[in-house]
Design a protein around this ligand. Sequence first.
Ligand SMILES: [Zn+2]
Length: 255
Amino acid sequence: MTGFARGDRAGVPWLGWTCGTCRFCTRGQENLCDNARFTGYTLDGGYAEYVTADARYCFRIPAGYDDIEAAPLLCAGLIGYRALAMAGGAKRLGLYGFGAAAHIAAQVARHGGQDVYAFTRPGDDTGQRFALSLGAVWAGGSEVRPPQALDAAIIFAPVGALVPAALSATAKGGVVICAGIHMSDIPAFPYALLWGERTLRSVANLTRRDGEAFFAIAAETRIRTSVRPYALADANVALADLREGRIEGAAVLTP
Ligand SMILES: [Zn+2]
């Protein structure tokens, strides 16, 4: 094993193993590996008290974060970071769906000098206040146009109708990034929303390079994660609360 010593805290992310030989791995896109294995899905662990993991895919947890605070960095934090990288340093950055991923991405974006515009479910005043408390320059419902056109938007909510909404809030040359694994159908929209060299794309998984870059930032600036711990036996309660939007930030299962 390299990179870790006995007693080090190791973070085990979603991407647990890649083949290193497929056409995606060999061109630096191991996040798209045809043979990838994922923690808690095709690899045991994740929803468990003990886990074995391939050290090459694990990350060192920076000092200053306790275990529960660090947990969301490994999932929500990493996917949010890759989406943020796709936004290419956009000055005016919209985040649609202000949950676990967005609340971390907002802080990283702000650290990088970007202005965050947070879009929540219509009427979600609590969510909007939460976004402003984390440094967003503006917060409003997803049905509202922001005061200025965005340079990029990331959609974290699994709601297809947000795609035309985000495109119409985005300036020429801007990019709209879908960061969820699933999304409801995207409704038809006029080509004019895409015209002007706007780009629409998705983001999948992470590469180890993303993780290293992200944890370097987490070590440099203290990211505040909002967490609600649940006992491992209450995993289904946590999932139900998440589905119903009853969690601010991230749910964390503890063994
Ligand atoms: Zn591969």
